[in-house]
Ligand binder design. Structure first.
Ligand code: NAG
Ligand code: NAG
Ligand code: NAG
Ligand code: NAG
Ligand code: NAG
Ligand code: NAG
Ligand code: NAG
Ligand code: NAG
Ligand code: NAG
Ligand code: NAG
Ligand code: NAG
Ligand code: NAG
Length: 535
């Protein structure tokens, strides 16, 4: 048993005629190699540091019940160097722990990995963390740490990753020294904290930095050019202003760039499209203006482009990716701007598109029939524009469609019976258009429908059996049309239904009681059954 422990214990007893210390060391080490588990005894100093740390921690789930004896493998969340028994890793993430982190944790002088994320630790981050010289990773994210950052964490020369995100009470001025880490720091996540002030100069120069997330704080000042090759940059949801820089030091590396929800102004410079690795660009919720240059053409690597909620104007960008047919674009959101003109046919060549949001613009013309070429499309929102013509039949090509949202346009024509090919559809909103005719019987095939809004059109006829098949229906509005005839009783037997609006039609009949919101205002000849909740 004694042999398991570290060498110094034996040192006093080594008589001079025995093999030299190096030889003995080798002997001990080789024993360990043959029987490695025998060497996993927890170093006694580290053990007392851990027990001291435990003394201020509430552990309702009793995760530390295994912290007995000195077999390191048994200690939940603890890993030891397998020859010395020194603690190298403390991973207590997501264990419902709370309380204060005592400085005795800093006595684990060989600690390389510390993960306390997703708990409820509170108090300040101990300043002594700066003495844990071997630390490579610190993850204190999603706790209740408060106060300011201790400046001596910049002394951690081996530190590669520092995650402090999701501690709402942690903040103050973003420290001037935050970029003064050693040349090993690659990831810095301070998102969803309460930092304010401007980004200090040191940050733009921290050479080793690859991943920087300062999102969701109160950081102000101009967005600035960074001088290192970043791969991930999020400054979203802050108070930044100024115009977009080119991020030219990251031309080959930047894959994610999000500056959403700030106060950026000016146009989108075409240099943004020369970010060769860019996969995810989110500039939504800013005050970006002007038209989009035809030279703003991204590589096929771009997967997500979100420019929504800005003041962009002019025609929609035609060519978004260099080789459109190879484009990997999955999400395109240009909604809530002032784009005008027609929907360009090039958009229908973005084969991999799964979500297309063009709503709340000034678009005119017809919905291009070729939209049906987008066979991966799941969500289309073209609402709140001035689109005209009828809903193109070719849209049945988008057979994976979950949501078709076309409300508040000038669409006319009839609902085509062939639309029953869209059997994944859950949301259909064509309200506030000029659609006429009846609801085709074939639409019985749309069994997945949950939300149907056909209100404020010129639809007419009686309610046929199609609707009886929409068993998952939660919301149905046929308001402000010219529907007539008896109210179908089956409607009120649907399990999921929550809202029915039939107002402003010519229905007649009885309304039963039910657990739903129901409106039948302005229908001729409707009687209320006592206890029902109509108007
Ligand atoms: C001890 O550490 C070495 C090197 O890190 C590793 O290869 C070996 O599997 C470890 N042995 C045990 C028993 O964990
Ligand atoms: C330590 O615990 C592990 C896991 O319970 C076990 O496999 C190993 O044999 C134990 N070692 C000793 C020396 O008790
Ligand atoms: C931590 O180390 C200091 C000195 O380095 C010592 O005084 C203290 O007792 C140690 N605490 C524990 C819990 O081991
Ligand atoms: C941890 O501390 C609590 C008291 O705070 C104590 O009840 C428990 O036994 C301690 N756990 C260990 C493993 O020492
Ligand atoms: C380690 O835990 C196992 C069961 O999980 C137990 O049988 C064994 O006695 C423990 N070893 C020590 C050294 O406490
Ligand atoms: C910390 O643990 C959590 C939960 O297991 C994990 O998601 C996270 O990636 C870990 N952090 C680091 C830096 O390894
Ligand atoms: C804590 O224990 C409760 C009940 O035993 C369990 O539902 C919960 O998932 C546990 N939480 C964690 C973080 O392990
Ligand atoms: C965390 O522990 C508390 C008791 O302190 C318990 O009420 C709660 O359910 C636990 N939460 C989780 C997610 O385990
Ligand atoms: C930490 O949480 C405990 C228990 O909820 C509370 O008593 C204590 O005041 C908190 N400490 C700080 C610094 O917020
Ligand atoms: C860290 O800084 C604090 C003061 O900010 C100081 O008291 C402490 O000794 C420093 N610790 C280390 C390990 O440098
Ligand atoms: C911190 O970084 C800035 C900018 O890189 C540098 O000018 C300054 O000398 C650094 N300070 C320290 C104390 O390392
Ligand atoms: C796109 O759709 C049009 C008509 O809707 C069709 O003529 C054309 O062949 C389709 N292109 C591809 C690549 O599927």
């Amino acid at each position: 048993m004694e042999l398991k422990r570290d060498v110094p214990v034996f040192r006093p007893w080594i008589p001079s005629k025995l093999p030299s210390l190096p030889l003995l060391l080798m002997l001990v080490l080789s024993l360990c190699l043959f029987s490695p588990t025998k060497c996993l005894d927890l170093d006694p100093d580290d053990k007392s540091s851990l027990l001291c740390f435990n003394s201020s921690v509430q552990d309702p789930n009793r995760s530390f019940a295994t912290w007995v004896g000195s077999n390191c493998t048994n200690w939940t969340g603890i890993s030891c160097e397998n020859r010395t028994g020194r603690v190298v890793s403390v991973n207590l993430a997501n264990m419902n722990l709370s309380g204060k982190v005592l400085p005795c944790l800093c006595n684990l002088s060989f600690l390389e990995y510390l993960n306390l994320s997703v708990n409820n630790f509170n108090g300040t981050i101990p300043t002594c963390f700066g003495s844990l010289a071997s630390l490579k990773t610190i993850d204190l994210s999603h706790n209740s740490f408060s106060g300011v950052l201790p400046d001596n964490i910049t002394r951690l020369g081996q530190l590669r990753e520092l995650f402090l995100n999701g501690n709402r009470q942690l903040g103050g001025d973003l420290p001037w020294w935050i970029g003064n880490f050693s040349s090993n720091l690659e990831k810095l996540d301070l998102s969803s904290n309460s930092f304010n002030g401007e980004m200090p100069d040191s940050l733009f120069h921290l050479k080793s930095l690859r991943h920087l997330d300062l999102g969701d704080n109160y950081i102000s000042g101009n967005v600035h050019e960074f001088y290192q090759s970043l791969e991930f940059l999020s400054l979203a949801s802050n108070k930044l202003f100024g115009t977009l820089p080119c991020f030219s030091a990251s031309t080959k590396s930047l894959t994610v760039l999000t500056l959403a929800n700030n106060s950026l102004v000016g146009g989108i410079p075409t240099c943004i499209a020369s970010l060769e690795a860019l996969a995810h660009l989110n500039l939504s919720f800013n005050h970006l203006s002007y038209g989009i240059s035809p030279r703003l053409v991204f590589t096929e690597k771009l997967l997500v482009l979100d420019l929504s909620f800005n003041d962009l104007s002019g025609p929609l960008p035609g060519k978004i990716a260099e080789a459109t047919e190879k484009s990997g674009l999955v999400l395109l959101d240009l909604s809530h701007n002032r784009f005008s003109g027609k929907i360009p046919l090039k958009i229908t060549e973005l084969k991999s598109l799964q979500a297309l949001f063009l709503s709340h613009n000034l678009l005119t013309g017809e919905i291009p029939a070729r939209i049906g070429n987008l066979t991966y499309l799941q969500v289309v929102d073209l609402s709140h524009n001035s689109l005209s013509g009828s809903i193109p039949l070719d849209i049945v090509g988008c057979f994976q469609l979950l949501a078709l949202i076309l409300n508040n346009n000038n669409l006319s024509g009839e609902i085509q019976p062939e639309l029953d090919a869209l059997d994944s559809l859950k949301i259909l909103d064509v309200s506030h258009n000029k659609i006429s005719g009846e609801i085709p019987l074939t639409l019985a095939g749309l069994k997945s429908l949950e939300v149907v809004d056909l209100s404020s059109n010129n639809l007419s006829g009686t309610l046929n059996d199609a609707i009886t098949k929409w068993l998952n229906l939660k919301y149905l509005s046929l308001a402000h049309n010219k529907f007539s005839g008896n109210l179908p009783s089956w409607l009120f037997t649907f399990e999921a239904i929550q809202v029915i609006d039939f107002s402003g039609n010519k229905f007649s009949g009885f309304i039963p009681d039910g657990n739903f919101n129901i409106s039948f205002r302005n229908n001729n000849g409707i009687s209320k059954i006592p206890g029902s909740i109509c108007w």
